[in-house]
Design a protein around this ligand. Structure first.
Ligand code: ADP
Ligand code: MG
Length: 258
């Protein structure tokens, strides 16, 4: 942990009709850590992610990513700056094979790739061989080797999550926001995903993860941001939240189970 702030979210607001979906949301995410974002259904977690990642402009508020202001930038520009997000439902390239989906992750954020093309085909070829080795490793480590030649659309929901994860592991972006990565995933795959998040953080990425499974949050995250009714009601290590009356009441005692 460097002490550097990766993401600074300041006083975000957005209303839909009369509903204040995000209502003064502020928090900071330290670089190279995993932060959980939790809160009851309707707390505004997914909407906050939309605002941070450029999918929806806020009514008010600021977001800085390693000092760079993000509000007003498109999702495409924001992902090129190194902040990428997943959706509650996995979005794979359905007509492409599993292998090509992961290969695309590898190429997505590679700044060297464009300039490499200038040095002639020999080097490109060598790089492509290296890419194929890396993709095979990733397919293996996410148990996707047996389905690598299938169109991604043919996979189960849990397998699509793994493809998404393999793609993110390939891209190794500077910052990843995961919206309910455990949805539709069995506990064994869930452990693989937890390990993948820890690997990303160990390699210097920052990860923010929305997840209802509090045991998962406790196991994977260095600290937790708790949202309720569009704002942050607490932030700290998971162990510090169990004694926070506001958090406990927002969760109606669910935290006792962990
Ligand atoms: P969470 O992800 O924490 O479950 P959401 O961000 O999905 O919460 O939703 C927060 C609130 O905003 C909810 O009351 C939801 O119904 C409302 N909301 C979210 N998106 C829209 C939208 N596009 N139009 C109208 N209401 C919305
Ligand atoms: Mg949500």
């Amino acid at each position: 942990m460097s002490g550097e702030v990766a993401l600074d979210v300041r006083d975000l607001h957005i209303s839909f009709g009369g509903v204040k979906a995000v209502d003064g949301c502020s928090f900071e995410v330290p670089a190279a850590t995993a932060v959980g974002l939790i809160g009851p259904n309707g707390a505004g977690k997914s909407t906050a992610i939309d605002l941070i990642s450029g999918f929806q402009p806020p009514d008010a508020g600021q977001v800085h990513f390693h000092g760079t202001p993000l509000i007003g930038k498109s999702p495409h520009v924001i992902s090129q700056l190194g902040l990428v997000r997943t959706f509650q439902s996995p979005r794979e390239w359905g007509s492409l094979t599993v292998m090509d989906n992961v290969m695309l992750g590898l190429k997505a954020f590679d700044r060297e790739r464009a300039s490499l093309a200038l040095f002639g085909l020999g080097k490109v070829k060598k790089q492509e061989d290296r890419d194929r080795v890396r993709v095979r490793e990733l397919l293996d480590s996410f148990n996707l080797t047996a389905v690598k030649n299938l169109p991604a659309s043919r996979l189960s929901g849990g397998q699509k999550r793994l493809v998404e994860f393999a793609r993110i592991a390939a891209a190794a972006p500077r910052f990843v926001i995961l919206d309910e990565p455990m949805g539709g995933v069995n506990p064994v795959l869930g452990e693989r995903i937890g390990a993948a998040i820890k690997e990303l953080v160990a390699n210097g990425s920052t990860v923010m993860v929305v997840e209802h499974n509090l045991a998962f949050i406790d196991a994977v995250c260095d600290s937790v941001v708790v949202m309720a009714q569009g704002r942050v009601i607490a932030q700290g290590p998971y162990s510090s939240l169990r004694d926070n009356p506001e958090v406990v009441s927002a969760y109606l005692g669910e935290m006792d189970n962990v």
